[in-house]
Each structure stands twice: as structure tokens, then as C-alpha cells.
Design a protein around this ligand. Structure first.
Ligand code: DX5
Ligand code: ZN
Length: 229
């Protein structure tokens, strides 16, 4: 079965699971395998315990890769409204923040729209989808976390599969439905069948002996399972 959905299925390698000492070549490898969107996990040690990197990393990636990749920034930080301008300046293609991290979701989405940057709203596994439903007119992307945010290499939480379907039904046509966490060749078809368009995969890609081949296997599994529009 081939997807004819208006928004094509993409697998987004998450650099969280890459070796940061050779990040550029790790990204080149998955881009050569067909990756078009690179997922960048920003963590502040507050919203989630780990700390990763900030806007400077995104600026460096933009300099190195130019317009050949979409840089999809997933902010696991408190008060993301304080970071909008830095990440826009750094060249983020998309800025996804958590509904749990701010009372200002609608305002941030408006700011991003004005800046011409894709605005994404994420919900953790324990958070109802109401915040997404309230913002459907302004969303470029809706992210259903399929693990609790903060760490790569976790197992997908089963109830988030049906939740992905509820989010897909709630958003407007053209809004990207994203899932993040525990996506591999076995789970990708389950979320793709629910209407997920963009599937983030960290350890299943960069933890594999051949990241390019792993990327392609997950992509094929997801595309085969996507609903025909
Ligand atoms: C987790 C991050 C994910 C992470 C996914 O909080 O948001 O993007 O890289 O890693 P895997 O695919 O290994 O579950
Ligand atoms: Zn992420």
C-alpha cells in the first residue's frame, strides 16, 4: 500500500543519539540515505533533567548544510517564549515547544507565523490533547510524544498510538502530525497507520551499525503502513 496522503511520511533522524564529536558526518550519512528533516533536541536541565545544546548548534548546522535540510527544533525547555528570536535567527525551520512549558502557546505560534517559521506544539504522554485542539488554526505541526521527554532509547508507550490518531483527527489538513520516541521498524507502522506524518527516530537510526540502511528500513515500514488518503 502506498501513501497518497497530502503530507508525505518522513523519518527524522534525531541527533540526540548521534556521536556529537562527528555530528556533521553522521548527518551527511543519513542525508545521503534520503533524510530531509533533521530533528534537534534542545534540553535545559529544568523542563527535563538533561542538558543538550542551544541555538548556536542550530546556527552551525544551518551554516554547514545550507538549505539542503529542514532543521526541526524540539525544545524541551521551560519558558520557550524567551528563545523564539534566537532560534529564528539561528535558522530553525521549525520550532516545537511543549504545552506544559508555557501559558503562552498561542502567542508563540503567532510570533512564529509572523517570522515564517513552522510552529509546533508538543504534548507529553500524560497531557491531554486539549492545548493542540485550541490552537488548530495556528499550528504548523502537532507533536505527540510517544515517550516521556528527556532521553533517547526508551520504549514507545502503547496508549500514545491511539492518541496519535486522535491528534491526527483534530488538526487541520496540512498540519504535520509528528511522533517522537521509541520509533523503530516495528513501531513506525503502528503510528503511521494512525496518521503520523513525521516520525522521529534517534537510537534506531544512529544506534544502528548502518544508520543509512536503518533510516531506509524505517521509512519503508512507515510508508507501507500509511493510510491511503
Ligand atoms: C526524547 C527526544 C527524542 C529522542 C528520541 O525526549 O525528544 O527526539 O531523540 O529517541 P529515540 O528514537 O531513541 O526514542
Ligand atoms: Zn525530540
Amino acid at each position: 500500500m502506498t501513501s497518497t496522503s497530502a503530507t508525505p511520511i518522513e523519518i527524522l533522524p534525531s541527533i540526540l543519539s548521534a556521536d556529537f564529536t562527528r555530528l556533521g558526518s553522521a548527518i551527511e550519512e543519513v542525508v545521503a540515505a534520503g533524510a530531509r528533516v533533521i530533528h534537534c533536541d534542545v534540553m535545559d536541565g529544568q523542563f527535563v533533567p538533561p542538558i543538550t545544546f542551544g541555538a548556536q548548534m542550530v546556527a552551525n548546522l544551518r551554516d554547514r548544510f545550507g538549505d539542503t535540510v529542514d532543521l526541526d527544533v524540539h525544545l524541551m525547555i521551560d519558558a520557550p517564549e524567551r528563545q523564539v528570536s534566537d532560534f529564528v535567527k539561528a535558522g530553525a525551520s521549525g520550532f516545537t515547544f511543549h504545552a506544559e512549558a508555557t501559558p503562552h502557546a498561542h502567542r508563540i505560534l503567532q510570533q512564529l507565523k509572523e517570522a515564517g517559521v513552522r510552529g509546533g506544539l508538543a504534548v507529553c504522554p500524560g497531557t491531554p490533547i486539549g492545548a493542540i485542539e485550541e490552537c488548530v488554526d495556528d499550528l504548523g505541526l502537532a507533536l505527540c510524544m510517544t515517550v516521556n521527554p528527556g532521553w533517547g532509547g526508551q520504549k514507545l508507550i502503547p496508549h500514545t498510538i491511539a492518541k496519535t490518531g486522535r491528534i491526527a483527527a483534530a488538526v487541520k489538513a496540512g498540519t504535520i502530525v509528528q511522533v517522537d520516541g521509541g520509533v523503530d521498524v516495528h513501531t513506525a507502522p503502528l503510528v503511521a497507520a494512525q496518521g503520523a506524518h513525521w516520525l522521529v527516530a534517534g537510537s534506531a537510526v544512529f544506534g544502528a551499525a548502518d544508520p543509512g540502511a536503518a533510516f531506509q528500513a524505517i521509512e519503508q515500514a512507515a510508508r507501507d503502513a500509511a493510510p491511503v488518503a
